[in-house]
Every structure is written in C-alpha cells, then in structure tokens.
Design a protein around this ligand. Structure first.
Ligand SMILES: [Zn+2]
Length: 310
C-alpha cells in the first residue's frame, strides 16, 4: 500500500511516494509562485498526478495523499488560511486535491509535519516533549507536548522566529522589531554579514550563512561577531521556549544545524547559561534533512488511513 506526499514551499514543491513506510520515490519541482495562487494550486495537483502515476507504474495504487504547506494553516478545515509566499489566502487545498485525485487527503503545516517526522522517525524519537526548530530563511518551532503535536488555538503555536529577543532592535518582516529571526535565521546571518562587511560578500554573491560560520570558526573577527550574536539570540529564544514548555529535547533543523558541532556546542553553552534554575534540554541536529516535511506529510496520510487522530 502506498501514499503520496507533497511539501509545498515558496521555491520548490517536494514530492514523495511512500510504500509501507519507506520512501520509494522523491521528486522536486519549481513552485514559480510569481504566476499567482491559482497556477500554483494547479501545479500542486499536476505534481500529485505525477506521483500517482509513478506509484501505479510500480503496481501500487496510492490510497491517500498528504499535503503540507507553510504559513497559517487550518488543519481541521483543510484550508491554507494565509501562505504569503504561495499567494494563497483561504485556499481550500484539501477539498480541491481530494476532488482532483479522488483520494482521501490529509492536510497540514510544513514545519509541524517535519516535527512529526523527526518525532517518529528521527532525532525526536523517544522524546514525548520536544521542539523541532528549523533555522532557515525564517525560524519556527514545531512543538510536541506529551507525544502530541501542539498547533495552538489558531495554528499559530511555535512562531519562535517572531519572539522579540532584542526590544527595539532591527525591523522584522512581521512588522515588529527585534524578533529572533532578524538575528539568527540563515538569511539574517548572511544579510548582517554582508551589511557589516560593506555589502560586498564574495565574487559569487552574498556570503551564505554556512560560509559566515566557517569564517567565524576560522577566526575572522567580523564573522565571529555576527555568529555569536546569532547564537546568543537563538539561546534567548530557546531558553524562553524551555522555561514555558519544559521540553526535554530540541531538534535543530535547516542547513545551519548540518554544520554540526560549530553550531551545537556554543548554543548548548549559551542555553545552559540562561537556564539558571533548571537543566537545559538536550540539543541535537535533525536527521531527516530537507525530506522531513514530505515524510511528515506521508505520515499524516498514513494516519488518515489508519484512522489515527493525527
Ligand atoms: Zn517578526
């Protein structure tokens, strides 16, 4: 038995066919969000058709589909309430996909789906109270409390990137100032380094966050300062999350977490310093990589078939 899974992002749509819990085919397409919301939805449906066709060529007709998207998501209603980078507003993705595919469709939030996958298959496995925190273009947290994903009353739980850690600080795209994202997201690290170094970057373009980390580790003072500021801001955010939710483990995702110990070691120290009255949660790098969202979408589809409350 197979399910198909789609993780719809602002730049790419990732797809998978999952058979008996194993990913048997992965695919990726360009979202081309500039074409407008209807065209993006049509592309998502066409991608789903391709995955169904692939599964059928393997002799395994898919029984369900899972689709996860960014932004504000009404999981129960199956609606993308606001996905700014896809142009979607109150878009009934689940209904449209179910009608098109004639299959049951599970619908969810990309980061929470990634957290579900890391919790069942990855670095959060065996930890009923953990946060999955991808650090990429933005920063978010998927919260699992008592073994259950926590979406909050409106699906807004875990917007860690918009926790104010530097009141009155740099402006954030959300309209506030001093949000964690303005200092510690991969894009913020790259931008702040480029600005502080006179906007030059390298010949190939702005110095990406991974390169800033490498330069910091190599002892370059400017990179070291930007990197330390990012680590301290992230530790402030994770300390707040820990004090409020008492998570036992934080699983860090995104390209920066793949940097491994140059990222995790200073972050562990900074977090422990802030949690004066209690032990810090263990920190680990995510293990499922960029496929976490897609694997989570497949788990949602499988849960739908199993009749589980996902
Ligand atoms: Zn913000």
């Amino acid at each position: 038995m197979s399910v198909i899974a789609l993780d719809v992002g602002g730049t790419h749509i990732k797809g998978a066919v999952v058979e008996g819990g194993e990913l048997v085919e992965g695919a990726q397409w360009s979202t081309r969000a500039e074409r407008g919301p209807d065209a993006v939805l049509a592309t998502v449906l066409r991608c789903a058709d391709e995955l169904v066709a692939y599964a059928e060529r393997r002799g395994s007709k898919p029984q369900a589909a899972g689709i996860v998207v960014p932004g504000l998501v009404d999981e129960a209603g199956g609606t993308a309430v606001l996905a700014a980078n896809l142009g979607w507003r109150d878009t009934p993705v689940r209904r449209r996909a179910a009608e098109h595919l004639d299959l049951p469709v599970a619908f969810g939030h990309d980061v929470r789906a990634g957290g579900l996958a890391e919790g069942r298959l990855g670095a959060g496995r065996g930890w009923p109270d953990f946060a999955f925190v991808p650090v990429g273009t933005g920063i978010a947290a998927a919260l699992t409390i008592g073994g259950r994903p926590c979406a909050g009353s409106r699906g807004f739980a875990g917007e860690l990137g918009h926790l104010v850690v530097r009141p009155g600080g740099e402006p954030c795209a959300c309209g506030n100032r001093g949000c964690l994202e303005t200092l510690a997201s991969a894009s913020a690290i790259a931008r702040r380094y480029a600005e502080a170094s006179g906007g030059t970057g390298t010949a190939a373009g702005p110095v990406a966050a991974r390169e800033v980390v490498a330069r910091a580790v190599a002892g370059e003072p400017l990179a070291g300062r930007i990197w330390t500021e990012a680590i301290e801001a992230l530790a402030d955010g994770l300390a707040a999350l820990t004090v409020l939710l008492d998570v036992e483990r934080v699983v860090l995702g995104g390209g920066l977490a793949q940097a491994g110990e140059p990222f995790l070691t200073p972050l562990r120290g900074a977090l422990a310093e802030r949690l004066t009255f209690r032990p810090a949660p263990t920190l680990a790098a995510a293990v499922l990589g960029p496929r976490a969202g897609c694997l989570g979408a497949a788990l949602l589809a499988q849960d739908l078939l199993d009749g589980a409350d996902a």
